[in-house]
Write a protein that binds this ligand. Structure first.
Ligand SMILES: C[S@@+](CC[C@H](N)C(=O)[O-])C[C@H]1O[C@@H](n2cnc3c(N)ncnc32)[C@H](O)[C@@H]1O
Ligand SMILES: [Zn+2]
Length: 476
């Protein structure tokens, strides 16, 4: 596949696209260029697998009418949050109140405050580092003298009870959890993926957010969701050579216990998610500059030049009129690389507690969960392409991006396309600047590209050639 040249170059993403984690986000500017290349102003553009909402936002900028859906309620939530008007001062007042309330808690002071080694003032502990399950040091950036300090530990965080609500959800049946991790986490319930002391603080932050009036409550919930995966027992310490003792990430798409890990202070993470470089304040400011003005109410979009709709649900039960769409652009699930639903539970479990309408539906997700479900995936994807065929106008195109190192996934995709009347009329590769499904699953040293496939209701079918090149060359 390396012979297919890059059509466009990816540019840096505005902060609004960086703020919340969603596995496999696509490059915004390439999406925008494809929308503009394959449709006309005021055309209707449909994305049945909208993920982090890219098609919705890029259609606003391109002056197209977006119709988007995703089974994951996070999509709806992201769009809802970015569509609200906020007064930054008022937002800040609510934020400060939450910080003050948490800092006043006795167990916060005991577990997450220490005396700075450099200036002697009280400051917040950023994290506890574990090596082979032994707590070896704490690190912090002193809020008074600014020093970044790591020092051997003389206390470990403790917690005997939770004062506020904590999530509960049995994850033992998840494909993304390995049995040995479950034991080390301490049980089948999702609450065990967090250290108890961190969960105690997260649940307090969450509780105080619940008291905030809208729309600030949802904006602060959005910031909170940015933190929850970063305060688990799944985040690795960075190596000493990077000299970054204060940060970490959840890199592997699985619920995996790490014995060498950083247990982070949820309040510090929340402050970062609010005012850090990729925090919500910057994300909203980038939205103000990047997106053309629009309003959004009850899932309907209004703006001067476009309107549109966002729907949370299963694409297979979506009813759109035949021949009503000018362009389909979408990024369907790739076999079993990323188990979106299972992995999203970490965020959705909190989100649903705050807003019951965002309940996750894992049953109807289109995904491969082991060989036995390959046929189901094929059947589902065939149904999706049949829906796309029916809603697309005769001259319209359906653009897909797909990525897998697994030949089986490609075969399933091709077979599902072949089960319909679509022809493959174009395909190209795009190098990615940043993380996507491709490098999450790639072996080291492999090129990291997304592949784009253009389908047409009429036209010369290139699928024979494409299939040959995919299945004869190694390192798809
Ligand atoms: C590869 S991701 C899309 C990511 C997106 N391109 C982005 O930039 O964020 C595939 C999406 O398909 C969604 N999905 C899976 N099954 C679905 C179904 N039955 N109906 C609608 N969406 C579904 C998943 O929730 C996931 O968000
Ligand atoms: Zn200091």
């Amino acid at each position: 596949m390396n012979n297919y040249k890059n059509r466009y170059s990816e540019t840096t993403r505005p902060t609004m696209y960086r703020a919340l984690k969603y596995w496999g986000k696509k490059p915004h500017n390439i999406w925008n260029k494809l929308i503009c290349e394959y449709s006309n102003p005021k055309d209707i553009v449909f994305d049945p697998f909208a993920g982090s909402g890219l098609t919705f936002f890029e259609c606003i900028n391109a002056g197209r009418f977006p119709i988007i859906s995703d089974i994951n309620p996070l999509t709806d939530f992201i769009i809802d949050v970015y569509s609200c008007s906020i007064d930054y001062k008022e937002l800040n007042n609510y934020f400060v109140k939450i910080i003050d309330s948490v800092k006043a808690l006795k167990y916060y002071k005991e577990n997450y405050m220490c005396r700075c080694k450099e200036c002697g003032s009280q400051t917040d502990i950023y994290n506890y580092a574990f090596e082979n399950d032994l707590c070896i040091k704490i690190s912090y950036k002193c809020m008074h003298c600014g020093a970044t300090v790591s020092e051997p530990i003389n206390q470990i965080p403790e917690c005997d009870k939770f004062e506020f609500w904590v999530p509960e959800y049995d994850i033992s049946k998840f494909r993304t959890v390995c049995k040995s991790s479950l034991k080390k986490f301490g049980g089948n319930d999702i609450k065990n993926i967090w250290p108890k002391s961190a969960l105690q603080i997260s649940s307090a932050i969450f509780h105080y957010i619940d008291d905030v009036p809208e729309p600030y409550k949802k904006v602060l919930t959005f910031a909170f969701l940015q933190t929850v995966h970063l305060t688990t027992k799944m985040c690795a310490s960075r190596s000493e050579t990077t000299n970054r003792p204060l940060s970490t990430s959840w890199g592997r798409p699985a619920y995996m216990y790490l014995k060498n890990r950083l247990e982070q202070n949820p309040l510090v993470q929340f402050i970062r998610a609010y005012s850090g470089p990729n925090g919500i304040v910057n994300a909203f400011k980038s939205r103000d500059m990047y997106l053309k003005p629009y309003s959004f109410k009850n899932n309907i979009l209004f703006s001067d030049s476009v309107s549109g709709i966002s729907i949370c649900g299963d694409i297979k039960s979506l009813h759109l009129a035949e021949q009503s769409v000018d362009l389909i652009i979408t990024d369907p699930p790739y076999g079993d690389i990323i188990q979106y639903g299972e992995l999203s539970v970490i965020w959705n479990i909190w989100l649903t507690k705050m807003y019951p309408k965002y309940k996750i539906n894992l049953n109807d997700e289109i995904i491969v969960k082991g060989e036995s479900s390959e046929n189901k995936y094929l059947e589902d994807m065939t149904a999706v392409f049949n829906i796309c065929w029916s809603v697309l106008k005769d001259k319209g195109k359906c653009i897909l991006t797909f990525n897998s190192n697994n030949e089986k996934d490609w075969k399933l995709l091709f077979n599902s396309i072949e089960n319909t009347h679509f022809s493959i009329v174009d395909f190209f590769a795009q190098n990615n600047l940043r993380s996507s499904e491709s490098n999450v699953s790639a072996k080291s040293g492999q090129a990291i590209s997304d592949y784009y496939i253009v389908l047409s209701k009429t036209g010369k079918d290139k699928s024979v050639n494409l299939k040959k090149s995919i299945f004869s060359e190694s390192g798809v």
